[in-house]
Structures are given as C-alpha cells and as structure tokens.
Design a protein around this ligand. Structure first.
Ligand SMILES: Nc1ncnc2c1ncn2[C@@H]1O[C@H](COP(=O)(O)OP(=O)(O)OP(=O)(O)O)[C@@H](O)[C@H]1O
Ligand SMILES: [Mg+2]
Length: 298
C-alpha cells in the first residue's frame, strides 16, 4: 500500500513540475469571439468564421512545411431580412480579415445598383471598374445585389455582374466581394444566374431574431448608451417586440433596426418626461421607464 501511495505521489509531483500551459492556453478561435463580441446570436456566422480561421491557420502551417495549399477565396453571399445584421457583420469581417492578414485594409465599400450600373454604353464598365479599384485591399459590399439582374439580359446590370465575376476570380487575393440581399430575392437571383453560386464559397443566412434575442439586443444598445431599462420597461418592450414581430410580414419587420428605433424613441420620450417634470438627478437620467417605451401605435 505504502509503495503504491508513493508511486502516486511521484506521478503527482511529476505532473506538478510540468508547465500548466495546456490549462491556460488561449482559445484558438479567440479572434472570432472577439470580432463578434458586440453581437447577440450570430451562431451561423460564428461557425463560418471558425471554419475560415481554421483553414487559414492550417494553410499557413502546411506552407511552412512545404505542403501544397489551394489558393482560397472568401467571397460571400449574405441572405437575410432587414435589420438582421448583414451590413454590420460585413464591417466586423473587414476588421477581422485585416487582423488575420488576409486583407491589407479594413475598409468596406458599400454600393448598390446605382453605383455600378450606368445609363449609356461604356458607363457601367467605367463605374464598376472604379468601384472595384476603390475596394482593393478591403471588402466590396453590394446591397440588394439582386437589383443588378432586374432589367433582364439587355440591361446594363448584366454587364456589371459579368465584370464582378471576372474580377472576383482574377483578384481573389486582393479584395472580398459580398453580395447581400433579402432571402427570397437572393434565391431568385441565384436561380437566374446559375453560374454565380459556385463562385461564392460562403453563402450565409442571417435568420430573423427571436423576441428574446431582440430584447437582449435592446439591453445591449441601452447599456452602450449609458441607460438602463426598469423591469416594467423591459416587460413592456418585450410584449411590443412579440406583437410587432408576429404582426408583420417577415420581410417587413426590420429586426434589430426596429429595436434601435424603439430605443432611440424611448430616449427622446425620457428626455421630454425629465425636462417637463424638472427631474435633474443622475439615477433618473439613466432609467428608462415603462412610460418611456412607446405604445405600439406611436
Ligand atoms: N446581433 C446583433 N446584436 C446587436 N446589434 C445588432 C445585431 N444585429 C444587428 N444589430 C444592429 O441593428 C442595426 C441594423 O443592422 P444592419 O444595418 O447591419 O442590418 P442589415 O441586415 O444590413 O439591414 P438591411 O438589409 O435593411 O440593410 C445596426 O444598428 C446593428 O448594429
Ligand atoms: Mg444593410
């Protein structure tokens, strides 16, 4: 028994001598969590970023030991209803890709049909080329991308799509193209342009938020602005979110943007209340009460 106990002791001592690196080691995907730390939800994009990070990391390691790697492209399609975070995520991605050394800049050039498509011959090529040039090193984010295919084959939008496709292949290492839009229209767009899907390795859905997530987003927005919702305000807001989300067509409800508008309206209501009642007290400045939350018909 005694020798057995000693043996265990030795093993433990041995173990204690080892540096505790393994326990303290950073999460390898820390940069992903950091990039998304201000967002609620976003599980789908988080999983995609983990995939991308792992791929980049492994490619680097393979290169280091002289193994082959495929040149990678990170062009993406974002499908999501209004206010689901598409534009905001594109900006966060630009920063993240720049940190990882995939992009040289962290700018996002936001564009829509009017920025690409001209009215007379030659203008579209000129506009599209200029935009791609500006986007070099960063992200070119085209909102409501399906509008490019709006006018059919004879429309100049077609020319813009063809140019984008050529450039995204030829300059895959120097900029990232993100085409964004509402889900149904984007699906139609992909169907009418079958060659496109295969050129975008990352097709990402931005789902509508659940009422509980919308409330979390509201709390985050309020906290960022140095306010706090009372319990009653929180309940009233939650009921409002459930009602609005259910009452509207999916494509009509503006998700997190709706929340932002409600919060901004609540802050204005609070200001009126405090000024009217001449309440000048720090605690009161912070609290948003149920009275400040707008009623649904406002
Ligand atoms: N998951 C989230 N957590 C916190 N805030 C969010 C989240 N998603 C969106 N927001 C906020 O909601 C607002 C709207 O988001 P954004 O503009 O990115 O949506 P969008 O999908 O681009 O909408 P649209 O299709 O109408 O352009 C922004 O203020 C953004 O910061
Ligand atoms: Mg947007």
């Amino acid at each position: 028994m005694a020798s057995r106990a000693n043996q265990i002791n030795i093993i433990l001592n041995d173990h204690q001598m080892k540096p505790v690196e393994v326990v303290e080691e950073q999460d390898p995907f820390e940069s992903v969590h950091h990039a998304l730390k201000h967002f609620i939800g976003m599980d789908i994009i988080r999983d995609k970023m983990i995939e991308i990070y792992a791929l980049i990391e492994m490619n680097k390691r393979r290169e280091d030991v002289g193994l082959k790697t495929d040149p990678q492209s990170f062009h993406m399609l974002f499908k999501g209803n209004p206010g689901t975070g598409k534009t905001t995520v594109a900006r966060a991605l630009a920063k993240w890709f720049a940190q990882l050394g995939i992009l040289t800049h962290q700018h996002v050039i936001e564009a829509d049909r009017a920025d690409l498509v001209g009215e007379y011959i030659g203008q579209t090529a000129h506009k599209t080329r200029a935009l791609i040039k500006r986007a070099q090193g960063g992200i070119l984010f085209i909102d409501e991308a399906y509008a490019l295919a709006r006018g059919g084959d004879k429309d100049f939008g077609r020319e813009a799509i063809d140019m984008l496709v050529t450039h995204m292949e030829n300059h895959r290492q120097t900029f990232i193209l993100i085409l964004a839009g509402y889900p149904e229209q984007m699906n139609d767009f992909l169907q009418t342009n079958p060659g496109l899907r295969s050129r975008f390795p990352f097709i990402i859905d931005f789902p509508d938020y659940q009422p509980a997530q919308l409330l979390e987003i509201a709390k985050k927005m309020v906290k960022n602005r140095d306010y706090h919702l009372t319990k009653q305000a929180e309940n009233k807001l939650y009921q409002l979110l459930i009602k609005e989300r259910q009452g509207k067509e999916r494509s009509q409800f503006s998700n997190a943007r709706y929340v932002r508008n409600i919060i901004e309206k609540s802050i204005r209501n609070q200001s009126i209340r405090l000024v009217k009642q001449k309440i000048y007290d720090t605690k009161a400045y912070i609290l948003l009460t149920a009275d400040d939350i707008p009623n649904d018909n406002e």
